[in-house]
Design a protein around this ligand. Sequence first.
Ligand code: SF4
Ligand code: SF4
Length: 135
Amino acid sequence: MPIFISTRESDDQLRKKVREISGQNFQQCYQCGTCSGSCPMIEHINVFPRRIMALLQLGNRKALEESNTPWVCASCHTCMVRCPRGIDITKVMEALRLIKLRQNIDRIELKKLEPEQIADMPQIAMVSGFRKMTS
Ligand code: SF4
Ligand code: SF4
């Protein structure tokens, strides 16, 4: 996905909010890429974790909102364990999700699921999915 960078779009409010919710200083990220290289969901996300950190440093709300990465993130903590800067990237992903959910914006809608999908899906996946993706 192409990303256009402009300092005019820098959103300091977003940076502050993510720092407040996650407790993480993502400004310490030096773009080594270890998190991206470790992520088991890399084939399914459209912005690599390293890039998420760069977008946050730039305060690029638009690109972050267009990314599916915080929603696809499996919260496996691998990136956090391997980050040489000690950044808990999992918490940053959670903060990005919460910022959306707190606006009462759901990522998935129960009504839109097909009955076959509901019948096939493991109940634990349903419960965890709704906890993660609905406000
Ligand atoms: S592993 Fe840590 S320092 Fe390296 S790119 Fe990811 S967040 Fe940044
Ligand atoms: S916590 Fe999320 S971003 Fe980090 S390695 Fe796991 S799936 Fe990837």
